[in-house]
Design a protein around this ligand. Structure first.
Ligand SMILES: Cc1cc2nc3c(=O)[nH]c(=O)nc-3n(C[C@H](O)[C@H](O)[C@H](O)COP(=O)(O)OP(=O)(O)OC[C@H]3O[C@@H](n4cnc5c(N)ncnc54)[C@H](O)[C@@H]3O)c2cc1C
Length: 409
Protein backbone atom coordinates (compact mmCIF):
# COMPACT_ATOMS: atom_id res chain seq x y z
CA UNK A 1 0.00 0.00 0.00
CA UNK A 2 1.27 3.42 -0.86
CA UNK A 3 0.03 6.79 0.11
CA UNK A 4 2.54 8.77 -1.91
CA UNK A 5 3.42 8.49 -5.56
CA UNK A 6 6.92 7.45 -6.37
CA UNK A 7 8.50 10.32 -8.29
CA UNK A 8 9.89 7.93 -10.89
CA UNK A 9 6.40 6.76 -11.82
CA UNK A 10 4.66 10.13 -11.71
CA UNK A 11 4.14 11.12 -15.30
CA UNK A 12 5.20 7.69 -16.54
CA UNK A 13 3.57 6.76 -19.81
CA UNK A 14 3.74 2.97 -19.34
CA UNK A 15 0.91 2.34 -16.99
CA UNK A 16 -2.73 1.51 -16.68
CA UNK A 17 -4.34 3.57 -13.96
CA UNK A 18 -7.70 2.68 -12.46
CA UNK A 19 -9.36 5.58 -10.62
CA UNK A 20 -11.75 4.26 -7.98
CA UNK A 21 -11.82 0.92 -6.12
CA UNK A 22 -15.60 0.47 -6.05
CA UNK A 23 -17.53 -2.28 -7.83
CA UNK A 24 -16.32 -1.32 -11.30
CA UNK A 25 -12.73 -0.24 -10.56
CA UNK A 26 -11.88 -3.07 -8.18
CA UNK A 27 -13.11 -5.59 -10.72
CA UNK A 28 -11.09 -4.06 -13.52
CA UNK A 29 -8.00 -4.34 -11.29
CA UNK A 30 -8.73 -7.88 -10.13
CA UNK A 31 -9.56 -9.24 -13.57
CA UNK A 32 -6.72 -7.44 -15.31
CA UNK A 33 -4.14 -8.70 -12.81
CA UNK A 34 -4.47 -12.25 -14.08
CA UNK A 35 -4.32 -11.13 -17.70
CA UNK A 36 -1.09 -9.20 -17.19
CA UNK A 37 1.04 -12.28 -16.60
CA UNK A 38 2.30 -12.02 -20.20
CA UNK A 39 3.10 -8.33 -19.80
CA UNK A 40 5.55 -7.95 -16.91
CA UNK A 41 6.46 -4.36 -17.82
CA UNK A 42 2.91 -3.06 -17.70
CA UNK A 43 2.23 -1.33 -14.41
CA UNK A 44 -1.26 -1.50 -12.95
CA UNK A 45 -2.12 1.21 -10.44
CA UNK A 46 -5.36 1.48 -8.47
CA UNK A 47 -6.18 4.79 -6.80
CA UNK A 48 -8.83 5.41 -4.15
CA UNK A 49 -9.30 7.77 -1.22
CA UNK A 50 -9.96 4.79 1.06
CA UNK A 51 -7.83 1.75 1.72
CA UNK A 52 -10.96 -0.34 1.70
CA UNK A 53 -13.66 -1.34 -0.78
CA UNK A 54 -17.21 -0.60 0.32
CA UNK A 55 -20.01 -3.11 -0.13
CA UNK A 56 -22.51 -0.32 -0.81
CA UNK A 57 -25.41 -2.67 -1.45
CA UNK A 58 -25.25 -3.60 2.26
CA UNK A 59 -25.46 0.01 3.53
CA UNK A 60 -29.19 0.02 4.37
CA UNK A 61 -28.37 -2.58 7.04
CA UNK A 62 -25.69 -0.31 8.51
CA UNK A 63 -28.12 2.64 8.46
CA UNK A 64 -30.67 0.43 10.23
CA UNK A 65 -28.16 -0.60 12.88
CA UNK A 66 -28.24 -4.31 12.01
CA UNK A 67 -24.72 -4.40 10.55
CA UNK A 68 -21.51 -2.73 11.74
CA UNK A 69 -19.99 -0.20 9.34
CA UNK A 70 -16.66 -2.03 9.47
CA UNK A 71 -18.34 -5.18 8.18
CA UNK A 72 -18.98 -3.45 4.84
CA UNK A 73 -15.48 -1.94 4.60
CA UNK A 74 -13.39 -4.67 3.00
CA UNK A 75 -9.64 -3.93 3.28
CA UNK A 76 -8.09 -3.64 -0.17
CA UNK A 77 -4.87 -5.24 1.04
CA UNK A 78 -6.85 -8.46 1.57
CA UNK A 79 -7.97 -8.39 -2.05
CA UNK A 80 -5.19 -6.96 -4.17
CA UNK A 81 -2.32 -9.01 -5.44
CA UNK A 82 1.25 -7.72 -5.25
CA UNK A 83 1.04 -7.01 -8.98
CA UNK A 84 -1.31 -4.08 -8.31
CA UNK A 85 0.20 -0.89 -6.97
CA UNK A 86 -2.39 0.73 -4.71
CA UNK A 87 -2.21 4.45 -4.02
CA UNK A 88 -4.47 5.81 -1.29
CA UNK A 89 -5.10 9.44 -2.09
CA UNK A 90 -7.78 11.93 -3.09
CA UNK A 91 -8.10 12.45 -6.84
CA UNK A 92 -8.47 16.19 -7.33
CA UNK A 93 -8.57 16.65 -11.12
CA UNK A 94 -7.41 15.61 -14.56
CA UNK A 95 -4.69 16.87 -16.85
CA UNK A 96 -6.21 15.38 -19.99
CA UNK A 97 -3.64 16.85 -22.38
CA UNK A 98 -0.72 15.62 -20.27
CA UNK A 99 -2.48 12.30 -19.55
CA UNK A 100 -2.10 12.70 -15.82
CA UNK A 101 -4.41 12.13 -12.91
CA UNK A 102 -4.03 14.94 -10.37
CA UNK A 103 -4.03 13.64 -6.82
CA UNK A 104 -3.18 14.66 -3.27
CA UNK A 105 -0.06 12.51 -3.62
CA UNK A 106 1.08 14.17 -6.83
CA UNK A 107 0.30 13.55 -10.51
CA UNK A 108 -0.01 9.99 -11.79
CA UNK A 109 0.63 9.49 -15.51
CA UNK A 110 -1.36 7.01 -17.54
CA UNK A 111 -1.12 5.23 -20.86
CA UNK A 112 -4.66 4.02 -20.29
CA UNK A 113 -6.99 5.43 -17.64
CA UNK A 114 -10.11 3.76 -16.26
CA UNK A 115 -12.54 6.17 -14.65
CA UNK A 116 -14.63 4.39 -12.02
CA UNK A 117 -15.31 7.10 -9.45
CA UNK A 118 -18.95 6.20 -8.83
CA UNK A 119 -21.58 8.84 -8.14
CA UNK A 120 -22.83 11.31 -5.55
CA UNK A 121 -26.33 11.96 -4.19
CA UNK A 122 -28.24 14.28 -6.51
CA UNK A 123 -30.04 17.08 -4.66
CA UNK A 124 -31.58 18.36 -7.93
CA UNK A 125 -30.78 21.89 -6.68
CA UNK A 126 -33.69 21.63 -4.18
CA UNK A 127 -33.10 24.42 -1.65
CA UNK A 128 -31.83 23.23 1.74
CA UNK A 129 -31.63 19.57 0.75
CA UNK A 130 -27.84 19.18 0.80
CA UNK A 131 -27.59 20.97 4.16
CA UNK A 132 -30.55 19.42 5.97
CA UNK A 133 -30.59 15.80 4.89
CA UNK A 134 -28.32 12.82 5.42
CA UNK A 135 -27.42 10.50 2.58
CA UNK A 136 -26.51 6.84 2.52
CA UNK A 137 -23.74 6.47 -0.01
CA UNK A 138 -20.80 5.30 2.10
CA UNK A 139 -20.25 3.30 5.27
CA UNK A 140 -19.63 6.63 7.06
CA UNK A 141 -22.91 8.06 5.73
CA UNK A 142 -24.81 4.99 6.88
CA UNK A 143 -23.21 5.18 10.34
CA UNK A 144 -24.33 8.82 10.57
CA UNK A 145 -27.90 7.87 9.68
CA UNK A 146 -27.97 5.23 12.42
CA UNK A 147 -26.45 7.67 14.95
CA UNK A 148 -28.99 10.38 14.01
CA UNK A 149 -31.89 7.92 14.32
CA UNK A 150 -30.64 6.69 17.70
CA UNK A 151 -30.23 10.27 18.97
CA UNK A 152 -33.66 11.29 17.70
CA UNK A 153 -35.29 8.35 19.48
CA UNK A 154 -33.39 9.12 22.67
CA UNK A 155 -34.59 12.74 22.46
CA UNK A 156 -38.14 11.52 21.81
CA UNK A 157 -37.97 9.30 24.90
CA UNK A 158 -36.93 12.32 26.98
CA UNK A 159 -39.75 14.52 25.62
CA UNK A 160 -43.00 14.75 27.59
CA UNK A 161 -45.37 15.86 24.83
CA UNK A 162 -46.64 12.91 22.70
CA UNK A 163 -46.81 15.12 19.59
CA UNK A 164 -43.19 16.14 20.03
CA UNK A 165 -42.25 12.52 20.68
CA UNK A 166 -43.95 11.45 17.46
CA UNK A 167 -42.25 14.20 15.43
CA UNK A 168 -38.77 13.47 16.81
CA UNK A 169 -39.21 9.72 16.32
CA UNK A 170 -40.27 10.05 12.67
CA UNK A 171 -37.71 9.27 9.99
CA UNK A 172 -38.50 10.76 6.59
CA UNK A 173 -36.86 9.12 3.59
CA UNK A 174 -36.91 11.09 0.32
CA UNK A 175 -36.88 8.95 -2.83
CA UNK A 176 -38.82 5.74 -3.40
CA UNK A 177 -36.22 3.92 -5.52
CA UNK A 178 -34.51 0.73 -4.33
CA UNK A 179 -32.29 2.58 -1.84
CA UNK A 180 -35.20 4.47 -0.27
CA UNK A 181 -37.36 1.35 -0.08
CA UNK A 182 -34.58 -0.74 1.48
CA UNK A 183 -33.79 1.96 4.02
CA UNK A 184 -37.43 2.63 4.94
CA UNK A 185 -38.14 -1.09 5.35
CA UNK A 186 -35.06 -1.71 7.47
CA UNK A 187 -35.82 1.23 9.79
CA UNK A 188 -39.52 0.45 10.11
CA UNK A 189 -38.68 -3.00 11.37
CA UNK A 190 -35.97 -1.90 13.80
CA UNK A 191 -37.33 1.33 15.29
CA UNK A 192 -40.07 -0.20 17.50
CA UNK A 193 -37.44 -2.43 19.14
CA UNK A 194 -35.12 0.53 19.75
CA UNK A 195 -38.07 2.54 21.11
CA UNK A 196 -38.93 -0.23 23.59
CA UNK A 197 -35.35 -0.34 24.83
CA UNK A 198 -35.51 3.42 25.45
CA UNK A 199 -38.83 3.24 27.31
CA UNK A 200 -40.73 4.82 24.40
CA UNK A 201 -43.99 3.29 23.21
CA UNK A 202 -43.11 0.94 20.30
CA UNK A 203 -45.79 2.55 18.13
CA UNK A 204 -44.32 6.03 18.62
CA UNK A 205 -41.63 5.87 15.87
CA UNK A 206 -42.73 6.24 12.27
CA UNK A 207 -41.13 6.01 8.85
CA UNK A 208 -42.39 8.06 5.92
CA UNK A 209 -41.29 7.42 2.35
CA UNK A 210 -41.76 10.44 0.09
CA UNK A 211 -41.65 9.88 -3.68
CA UNK A 212 -42.13 12.51 -6.38
CA UNK A 213 -43.33 10.04 -9.02
CA UNK A 214 -46.52 8.06 -9.30
CA UNK A 215 -45.01 4.91 -7.81
CA UNK A 216 -42.19 3.52 -5.70
CA UNK A 217 -39.58 1.38 -7.52
CA UNK A 218 -40.41 3.10 -10.82
CA UNK A 219 -39.51 1.00 -13.85
CA UNK A 220 -40.13 -2.30 -12.05
CA UNK A 221 -42.98 -4.68 -12.88
CA UNK A 222 -46.40 -3.83 -11.42
CA UNK A 223 -46.33 -7.17 -9.55
CA UNK A 224 -43.02 -6.33 -7.86
CA UNK A 225 -44.24 -2.85 -6.96
CA UNK A 226 -47.44 -4.28 -5.45
CA UNK A 227 -45.54 -6.80 -3.37
CA UNK A 228 -43.07 -4.19 -2.12
CA UNK A 229 -45.89 -1.76 -1.28
CA UNK A 230 -47.67 -4.55 0.60
CA UNK A 231 -44.65 -5.34 2.76
CA UNK A 232 -43.99 -1.65 3.45
CA UNK A 233 -47.61 -1.19 4.49
CA UNK A 234 -47.39 -4.25 6.73
CA UNK A 235 -44.31 -2.72 8.36
CA UNK A 236 -46.21 0.53 8.93
CA UNK A 237 -44.23 2.65 6.45
CA UNK A 238 -46.33 5.58 5.23
CA UNK A 239 -45.68 5.86 1.51
CA UNK A 240 -46.52 9.16 -0.16
CA UNK A 241 -46.31 9.16 -3.96
CA UNK A 242 -46.77 12.22 -6.20
CA UNK A 243 -45.10 14.12 -3.36
CA UNK A 244 -42.40 16.33 -4.80
CA UNK A 245 -40.05 18.00 -2.34
CA UNK A 246 -39.76 21.74 -3.08
CA UNK A 247 -37.45 22.62 -0.18
CA UNK A 248 -35.90 21.17 2.95
CA UNK A 249 -36.41 23.59 5.83
CA UNK A 250 -35.81 23.60 9.60
CA UNK A 251 -39.35 22.23 10.00
CA UNK A 252 -39.10 19.45 7.44
CA UNK A 253 -39.73 18.72 3.76
CA UNK A 254 -41.96 21.36 2.15
CA UNK A 255 -43.76 19.72 -0.77
CA UNK A 256 -44.69 21.52 -4.00
CA UNK A 257 -48.38 21.42 -2.96
CA UNK A 258 -47.45 23.36 0.19
CA UNK A 259 -47.74 20.44 2.64
CA UNK A 260 -45.08 20.05 5.30
CA UNK A 261 -43.63 16.64 6.12
CA UNK A 262 -42.27 16.80 9.65
CA UNK A 263 -39.78 14.47 11.27
CA UNK A 264 -36.74 14.09 13.48
CA UNK A 265 -34.39 12.68 10.83
CA UNK A 266 -34.37 13.32 7.07
CA UNK A 267 -32.53 11.07 4.63
CA UNK A 268 -32.24 11.76 0.91
CA UNK A 269 -32.16 8.81 -1.48
CA UNK A 270 -33.65 10.61 -4.46
CA UNK A 271 -31.05 9.78 -7.09
CA UNK A 272 -27.42 10.17 -8.05
CA UNK A 273 -25.23 12.28 -10.30
CA UNK A 274 -21.59 12.26 -11.38
CA UNK A 275 -19.06 13.61 -8.86
CA UNK A 276 -18.32 17.37 -9.27
CA UNK A 277 -14.72 16.52 -10.08
CA UNK A 278 -15.83 14.82 -13.29
CA UNK A 279 -18.49 17.40 -14.12
CA UNK A 280 -15.74 20.05 -14.20
CA UNK A 281 -13.28 17.95 -16.20
CA UNK A 282 -14.28 18.75 -19.78
CA UNK A 283 -15.11 15.08 -20.44
CA UNK A 284 -18.32 14.58 -22.50
CA UNK A 285 -21.23 14.54 -20.06
CA UNK A 286 -24.65 12.95 -20.52
CA UNK A 287 -27.68 12.65 -18.21
CA UNK A 288 -26.83 13.65 -14.59
CA UNK A 289 -23.26 14.44 -15.61
CA UNK A 290 -22.38 10.80 -16.31
CA UNK A 291 -19.56 10.44 -18.84
CA UNK A 292 -20.55 9.43 -22.37
CA UNK A 293 -18.80 6.36 -23.76
CA UNK A 294 -18.72 4.40 -27.00
CA UNK A 295 -19.84 0.78 -27.23
CA UNK A 296 -16.40 -0.40 -26.05
CA UNK A 297 -16.77 1.76 -22.91
CA UNK A 298 -14.13 4.25 -24.08
CA UNK A 299 -14.92 7.90 -23.36
CA UNK A 300 -16.18 9.60 -26.53
CA UNK A 301 -13.24 11.13 -28.46
CA UNK A 302 -10.86 9.90 -25.74
CA UNK A 303 -9.98 6.34 -26.74
CA UNK A 304 -7.23 6.21 -24.11
CA UNK A 305 -9.78 6.60 -21.30
CA UNK A 306 -12.39 4.01 -20.33
CA UNK A 307 -15.30 4.72 -17.97
CA UNK A 308 -17.33 2.16 -16.03
CA UNK A 309 -19.90 1.97 -13.26
CA UNK A 310 -22.21 4.76 -12.09
CA UNK A 311 -19.93 7.33 -13.71
CA UNK A 312 -20.42 5.97 -17.21
CA UNK A 313 -23.47 6.84 -19.28
CA UNK A 314 -23.97 3.60 -21.20
CA UNK A 315 -26.92 3.24 -23.55
CA UNK A 316 -28.37 -0.23 -23.88
CA UNK A 317 -28.76 -0.63 -27.67
CA UNK A 318 -31.71 -3.02 -27.17
CA UNK A 319 -33.83 -0.50 -25.25
CA UNK A 320 -32.23 2.83 -26.19
CA UNK A 321 -32.16 3.71 -22.47
CA UNK A 322 -29.14 4.58 -20.35
CA UNK A 323 -28.37 1.70 -17.98
CA UNK A 324 -29.23 2.41 -14.33
CA UNK A 325 -26.57 3.04 -11.67
CA UNK A 326 -26.41 -0.48 -10.26
CA UNK A 327 -23.66 -2.64 -8.87
CA UNK A 328 -24.46 -5.47 -11.26
CA UNK A 329 -24.05 -3.07 -14.21
CA UNK A 330 -20.77 -1.76 -12.75
CA UNK A 331 -19.41 -5.29 -12.36
CA UNK A 332 -20.26 -6.29 -15.92
CA UNK A 333 -18.78 -3.07 -17.30
CA UNK A 334 -15.63 -3.64 -15.23
CA UNK A 335 -15.32 -7.08 -16.78
CA UNK A 336 -15.59 -5.68 -20.33
CA UNK A 337 -13.07 -2.92 -19.61
CA UNK A 338 -10.58 -5.49 -18.28
CA UNK A 339 -11.07 -7.63 -21.39
CA UNK A 340 -10.66 -4.61 -23.69
CA UNK A 341 -7.48 -3.46 -21.96
CA UNK A 342 -6.15 -6.98 -22.39
CA UNK A 343 -7.29 -6.99 -26.04
CA UNK A 344 -5.31 -3.80 -26.64
CA UNK A 345 -2.20 -5.37 -25.10
CA UNK A 346 -2.64 -8.54 -27.13
CA UNK A 347 -3.55 -6.71 -30.36
CA UNK A 348 -7.05 -8.22 -30.47
CA UNK A 349 -10.33 -6.57 -31.48
CA UNK A 350 -12.15 -4.70 -28.74
CA UNK A 351 -15.38 -6.17 -27.44
CA UNK A 352 -18.62 -4.17 -27.46
CA UNK A 353 -20.36 -4.07 -24.08
CA UNK A 354 -23.59 -6.02 -23.68
CA UNK A 355 -25.51 -5.98 -20.42
CA UNK A 356 -26.86 -9.34 -19.23
CA UNK A 357 -29.59 -8.50 -16.76
CA UNK A 358 -29.61 -11.01 -13.91
CA UNK A 359 -32.77 -9.59 -12.36
CA UNK A 360 -33.71 -7.16 -9.66
CA UNK A 361 -33.79 -7.89 -5.92
CA UNK A 362 -34.71 -5.44 -3.17
CA UNK A 363 -34.83 -6.19 0.53
CA UNK A 364 -37.82 -4.73 2.33
CA UNK A 365 -37.15 -4.94 6.03
CA UNK A 366 -34.88 -7.37 7.82
CA UNK A 367 -36.72 -10.55 6.78
CA UNK A 368 -38.58 -9.95 3.54
CA UNK A 369 -37.88 -8.66 0.06
CA UNK A 370 -39.06 -8.62 -3.55
CA UNK A 371 -37.40 -9.99 -6.66
CA UNK A 372 -37.99 -10.03 -10.41
CA UNK A 373 -35.89 -12.74 -12.01
CA UNK A 374 -36.37 -14.14 -15.51
CA UNK A 375 -39.91 -12.78 -15.64
CA UNK A 376 -40.89 -14.33 -12.29
CA UNK A 377 -41.78 -12.08 -9.37
CA UNK A 378 -41.19 -13.27 -5.83
CA UNK A 379 -41.97 -11.54 -2.58
CA UNK A 380 -41.31 -12.45 1.04
CA UNK A 381 -38.67 -14.44 2.85
CA UNK A 382 -37.29 -16.11 -0.27
CA UNK A 383 -36.46 -12.78 -1.93
CA UNK A 384 -34.65 -11.64 1.20
CA UNK A 385 -32.63 -14.85 1.27
CA UNK A 386 -31.80 -14.23 -2.38
CA UNK A 387 -30.47 -10.77 -1.53
CA UNK A 388 -28.33 -12.32 1.25
CA UNK A 389 -27.08 -14.94 -1.21
CA UNK A 390 -26.14 -12.28 -3.81
CA UNK A 391 -24.13 -10.35 -1.22
CA UNK A 392 -22.42 -13.53 0.01
CA UNK A 393 -21.66 -14.59 -3.57
CA UNK A 394 -20.20 -11.15 -4.30
CA UNK A 395 -17.74 -11.44 -1.41
CA UNK A 396 -16.81 -14.98 -2.52
CA UNK A 397 -16.23 -13.82 -6.11
CA UNK A 398 -13.82 -11.14 -4.89
CA UNK A 399 -11.82 -13.78 -3.00
CA UNK A 400 -11.88 -16.05 -6.02
CA UNK A 401 -10.58 -13.32 -8.34
CA UNK A 402 -7.81 -12.54 -5.85
CA UNK A 403 -6.79 -16.20 -6.12
CA UNK A 404 -6.38 -15.83 -9.89
CA UNK A 405 -3.12 -13.99 -9.62
CA UNK A 406 -0.25 -16.39 -10.20
CA UNK A 407 2.31 -13.98 -8.70
CA UNK A 408 0.46 -13.70 -5.40
CA UNK A 409 0.00 -17.40 -4.67
C1 LIG B 1 -27.69 2.37 -0.26
C2 LIG B 1 -27.47 1.78 -1.62
C3 LIG B 1 -27.88 0.48 -1.89
C4 LIG B 1 -27.65 -0.08 -3.15
N1 LIG B 1 -28.06 -1.35 -3.39
C5 LIG B 1 -27.85 -1.91 -4.61
C6 LIG B 1 -28.24 -3.25 -4.88
O1 LIG B 1 -28.83 -3.92 -4.03
N2 LIG B 1 -27.96 -3.77 -6.10
C7 LIG B 1 -27.31 -3.06 -7.07
O2 LIG B 1 -27.05 -3.58 -8.17
N3 LIG B 1 -26.91 -1.78 -6.85
C8 LIG B 1 -27.16 -1.18 -5.65
N4 LIG B 1 -26.77 0.10 -5.41
C9 LIG B 1 -26.03 0.84 -6.46
C10 LIG B 1 -24.56 0.47 -6.41
O3 LIG B 1 -24.05 0.56 -5.10
C11 LIG B 1 -23.74 1.35 -7.35
O4 LIG B 1 -24.31 1.25 -8.63
C12 LIG B 1 -22.29 0.91 -7.40
O5 LIG B 1 -21.67 1.15 -6.15
C13 LIG B 1 -21.51 1.62 -8.52
O6 LIG B 1 -20.20 1.15 -8.54
P1 LIG B 1 -19.02 2.12 -8.98
O7 LIG B 1 -17.80 1.27 -9.03
O8 LIG B 1 -19.40 2.89 -10.17
O9 LIG B 1 -18.92 3.19 -7.80
P2 LIG B 1 -18.59 2.97 -6.27
O10 LIG B 1 -18.86 1.59 -5.84
O11 LIG B 1 -19.29 4.08 -5.56
O12 LIG B 1 -17.02 3.22 -6.20
C14 LIG B 1 -16.43 4.46 -6.45
C15 LIG B 1 -15.06 4.50 -5.78
O13 LIG B 1 -14.38 5.69 -6.16
C16 LIG B 1 -13.76 6.27 -5.03
N5 LIG B 1 -13.66 7.70 -5.26
C17 LIG B 1 -14.65 8.53 -5.68
N6 LIG B 1 -14.18 9.78 -5.83
C18 LIG B 1 -12.88 9.75 -5.49
C19 LIG B 1 -11.85 10.73 -5.45
N7 LIG B 1 -12.08 12.01 -5.79
N8 LIG B 1 -10.62 10.37 -5.06
C20 LIG B 1 -10.36 9.08 -4.71
N9 LIG B 1 -11.29 8.10 -4.75
C21 LIG B 1 -12.53 8.44 -5.13
C22 LIG B 1 -14.69 5.90 -3.87
O14 LIG B 1 -13.99 5.91 -2.63
C23 LIG B 1 -15.16 4.49 -4.27
O15 LIG B 1 -14.31 3.49 -3.74
C24 LIG B 1 -27.00 0.69 -4.16
C25 LIG B 1 -26.60 2.00 -3.89
C26 LIG B 1 -26.85 2.55 -2.63
C27 LIG B 1 -26.41 3.95 -2.35
Amino acid sequence: MENAVNASTAGSSGQIVVAGAGYAGLHVALRLTAKLRNHPVVELTLVDRHDYHQAITELPRVAGGTRAADAVRIPLQDMLATRVRFVQTEITGFDLAGRRLLTGAGPIGWRRLVLALGSRPNDFAIPGLAQRTLSVYSAGDAERVWAAVSNALTAAAAAADPEQQRRLATVVVGGGGATGVELAGELAEILPKVASRLGLAPDRPAVQLVEAGTTILAGSSPQLIDKAAGILSDLGVQVRTNAMVAAATEEGFRLTDGQLVEGGVFVWAGGVKAPELVADSGLPAGHNGRVKVDRYLRVLDRPEIYAAGDLASVTDPRTGHVLPPLAQVALEEGETVARNLDAELEGRQLEAFTFHDKGFVVSVGTRRGVADIAGVTAGGRLAHLLKDAIEWEYRQSVRHLRGWDPVAI
